[in-house]
Design a protein around this ligand. Sequence first.
Ligand code: PMP
Length: 461
Amino acid sequence: MNTTSNNHFWKKDKEHFIHPYTDYATFKDEGSQVISKADGNYIYDSNGHKMLDGIAGLWCANIGHGRKDMADAIHQQITKMQYYNPFGHTTNEPAAELASKLAEISPGNLNHVFYTCGGSTANDIALRLVHYYNNLRGKPNKKKIISRNYGYHGSTYFAANLTGIHGTKDCFDQIAQDLVSHISAADMYRRPAGAENLTEQEYCNFLAAELENRIQQLGADNVAAFIAEPIMGAGGVLVAPEGYHRRCWEICKKHDVLFIADEVVTAFGRLGEWVASKEIFDYQPDILIVAKGINSGYVPLGAAILSSDIYDVISKPQSDGGVLSLGFTYSGHATACAAALKNFEIIEEENILENVRNLGPVLQDGAKELLTNPIVGDVRGKGFMLGIDLVSNKDTKEPLNVASRVFTKCMERGLVIRPIVNLIVISPPLTLTENDVQALLQIVNESIEEVYQEVSAEGLV
Ligand code: PMP
């Protein structure tokens, strides 16, 4: 890692910034790499080292970094009115305009937008509203949420409890243990016992049956919602078997269980469509959770987009005159919403979804060629979302936890990837050119090969 010890930002950061998701054993010695500049598809560290941003900041800088048109739109809004509170019957122009745009982009009757500050808060708010909805419907016991192992839903207390990734739970309390129930991830590569030799269709049925059994075990009258990412992101870029989401959605409908699609990563073009759930996987969520790509990370923003059916219940005047008592100071932040409107305009004008539809297969097919490397066990993904699974043995699929070594070698060659234990995650800006895609694949290939040479010399494979 490039740590310049005489860099005063590096020192101040090391001494005072509590970084998220950071290994403090190494952080206390090494500190952080300071990223000083970002421009288009590239970032630069404080030594001027230029790197292709293979992770779009963190699955978010969809239209690329440092755009003047975004800066102008944000500047214009700030000088006109940077913020005013959204409580009660007060609104602002960008928030109203964006809510209408989101309703237009979102499938079916997803017409009502609750703004938040990011993805975790959108999930938390969605669940509070789901509980509120069931209270108002006279179903006060219908409160449990079914989530999935390896699902990632955020870092606020409830969102973290929904999350099914082990490291995120170690030494933290699970305050919602009675409310959240996890089922298997839809993992095609490492399957649960009993499902190893099933065909894709049989495996889909197997997983769907697990959902239905769980609803029945908990009692449909106690289950409020099922939450799932269309493609699991941080949990391993897991692509479900064909038809899985549609089957789960049908089961949810049958049992009056709401389907929450967490599209914090997948919405707004990462898979080549505005909204993946309906347009790619053919199901109609009751609540759509979005953040990140909503304004490409230029200003923090998230939203829970609710169906008209839910809205009709929660917006019904209460006999006791109660108000919908929840919300954030920054719900519908004018500057964040103005950035989102400009972001959508850019996506449309520059045919960015089409770029992903054209280059997604180039990225995915090119990455499949990595499978010839003895430590690459699986390559999976869709569009501009890619996971490369490193193994010490292709037969046993034993994870080989050297993604951080690949990360370092990619960085030296001018590419940022995201290492998660044995997984290399790639989620670049949607503005990558074909040359960028080829450069990225070449660097990943060379870096994995170098790590393979190292680990075989060390006797790890
Ligand atoms: N849901 C998903 C699917 C995510 O990937 C993330 C963040 N990576 C979140 C929720 C949480 O979003 P945030 O970090 O903006 O709170």
